[in-house]
Design a protein around this ligand. Structure first.
Ligand SMILES: Cc1cc2nc3c(=O)[nH]c(=O)nc-3n(C[C@H](O)[C@H](O)[C@H](O)COP(=O)(O)OP(=O)(O)OC[C@H]3O[C@@H](n4cnc5c(N)ncnc54)[C@H](O)[C@@H]3O)c2cc1C
Length: 490
């Protein structure tokens, strides 16, 4: 590579330790650190409010994620000081055909937010939460805001987004790029179904406001769009009245079909505000202990919970009912102590070859039973198995794919494997692929937050009737295909 500054385009940014300069050679499309700081004769240098990081720890961190399985090293990490930094750098990367990926909390487990030889854009600095008042019906937040902060800001006024992921420390932009699922989805749709407007930086570096009535093609290509058509920089989220307290039930089952049927009945009837469920191994190591988790919101979002009415007709073991009343935020943030304990025990840094399937209601029991039969406690490690019952008519975002049946189940095997046991990780990845194929054979697909080896042809099948819209939007909004290669969609 040429060391002559005048033949290069140089990006100048300020690191924490002072001025840093990296050079980009448009001819070879390669980058390198340079000692030159004479930027005067160098063309195309975006002036940044924020920071362009090229130090070792920043690049190494951006080449890792929650999965600890894939490691693609970028050449620079943008820590934007303002949205205009994102615009400037995406324009620059588009001009030079350099790959780019936004990164929220980096909790995708399979390299989805990584970009070999390109630019990672941290969204965490874009975390403003707009004004909220007691009568607000929406709140506008930066894409880097975490759901925990959005919840705290809105709850101060008795309001809440209607749907939360189980874990609140994910970025708004990160979950809106995949869907955003939780136990409230059967009632309100996914997080993506509760967005009224977005501000997006497209792959050509255009800053666009879009909604269902304004640039709708972009709006629908970005929500659950895996970052393929634009970087979300801001989202306007729907708000509803929050309960002060909730009643949280855990009901025990010893039969998979009965457990799933009761989940289905509950969401079809809409008796509870939140329905999920977990599977555990019995003493023999077989996964056949089922807990249905259901939550009823109290005033002012719902009536005072009535145990008799709420549990009527369910087929759980009545001798093993646990219920507890909790402040609403404590319920939303119920994983915080569990995750603190996992971090303390060192298992947060395990590899996470996660499997997340969308199963059609009618075959969910058969397909999941086969997958669970083949699973051992050692395969799962310190992980969890979850079922979320979903109603198709509540899911309105074209790119969030489920099955065609009225009821689907999101079935998650969230395993954890010691990071240096690469053979175990490879086995889980192969098992994930086989499980995906079993799901696809009955009309299911994946929920794309896990670690399933997936090709562009698989994505075409996955998106089905929504594929032509995504492909057209990609051509319009990211014609050079620079955005988010880690998803392997195009
Ligand atoms: C402990 C844990 C619990 C979880 N619980 C749930 C759950 O209950 N429900 C659920 O639905 N999911 C859950 N997930 C999955 C999670 O929602 C997704 O992995 C989500 O994408 C992670 O958000 P993030 O901010 O870490 O995104 P990242 O991992 O940083 O990014 C994920 C993908 O989105 C892209 N992206 C990130 N920000 C933007 C943006 N602003 N604009 C465009 N594209 C962007 C990235 O390039 C990448 O491709 C969980 C994950 C973990 C690790």
């Amino acid at each position: 590579m040429s060391r002559t500054p005048s033949r290069r385009t140089v990006l100048r940014g300020l690191t924490a330790t002072g001025a840093a300069v990296i050079g980009f050679d448009p001819a070879s499309r390669s980058w390198a650190a340079t000692t030159s700081e004479s930027g005067t004769e160098l063309a195309g240098i975006p002036r940044l409010v924020g920071t362009l990081l090229t130090d070792e720890p920043s690049l190494t961190a951006a080449a890792d994620d929650y999965g600890h399985i894939v490691h693609h090293r970028p050449v620079a990490v943008l820590r934007p000081g303002a949205v205009r930094d994102v615009v400037a750098m995406v324009r620059f990367c588009n001009e030079h055909c350099l790959p780019v990926a936004p990164r929220g909390q980096g909790h995708a487990p399979f390299g989805q937010a990584q970009v070999r030889g390109g630019l990672v854009i941290e969204t965490t600095p874009l975390a403003d939460i707009g004004p909220v008042g007691p009568d607000s019906t929406t709140v506008t937040v930066g894409a880097g805001a975490r759901w925990s902060d959005v919840a705290k800001a809105t709850l101060a006024h008795g309001l809440t987004p209607p749907v939360f992921t189980d874990y609140l420390e994910l970025s708004v932009g990160g979950t809106l790029s995949v869907g955003g699922m939780g136990g409230q989805v059967h009632r309100h749709g996914a997080q993506v179904d509760n967005v009224t407007e977005l501000r997006v930086v497209t792959g050509t570096g255009e800053l666009v406001r879009c909604s269902p009535s304004r640039r709708a093609d972009l709006f629908h290509a970005v929500l659950a769009g895996l970052g393929q058509c634009g970087v979300i920089v801001e989202a306007t989220l729907r708000l509803v009245r929050a309960p002060e307290t909730v009643r949280h039930y855990q009901l025990s089952y010893d039969d998979l079909e009965t457990f799933l049927d009761d989940q289905r009945a509950l969401v079809e009837e809409g008796r509870f505000d939140y329905v999920e469920g977990q599977v555990f191994a019995d003493a023999d190591g077989t996964f056949r202990v089922y807990t249905l988790e259901a939550v009823a919101y109290g005033p002012p979002a719902g009536p005072a919970p009535d145990d008799t009415a709420l549990l009527r007709g369910l087929r759980h073991d009545p001798s093993r009912v646990h219920s507890a009343d909790l402040p609403y935020y404590d319920f939303l943030d119920r994983l915080a102590p569990v995750i603190a304990a996992m971090k303390e025990a060192g298992v947060w840094t395990y590899a996470h070859p996660w499997l997340n399937l969308m199963l059609p209601g009618d075959s969910a029991a058969t397909v999941s039973a086969r997958i669970l039969d083949a699973l051992t406690p050692a395969d799962l490690g310190p992980g969890v198995i979850l079922f979320y019952p979903l109603l198709r008519d509540r899911l309105t975002t074209p790119l969030l794919r489920t099955s065609d049946e009225d009821v689907s189940y999101l079935f998650d095997i969230l395993g954890a494997t010691p990071p240096n046991d690469t053979a175990a990780v490879e086995r889980r990845l192969a098992a994930n692929r086989a499980a995906y194929e079993a799901a696809a054979a009955v009309g299911g697909t994946q929920y794309p937050v896990g670690s399933i080896p997936f090709t562009p042809a698989d994505w075409r099948t996955h998106f089905g009737p929504a594929w032509p819209g995504l492909e057209a939007a990609k051509r319009t909004y990211d014609p050079r295909g620079i955005l988010v290669p880690g998803q392997n969609v195009f």
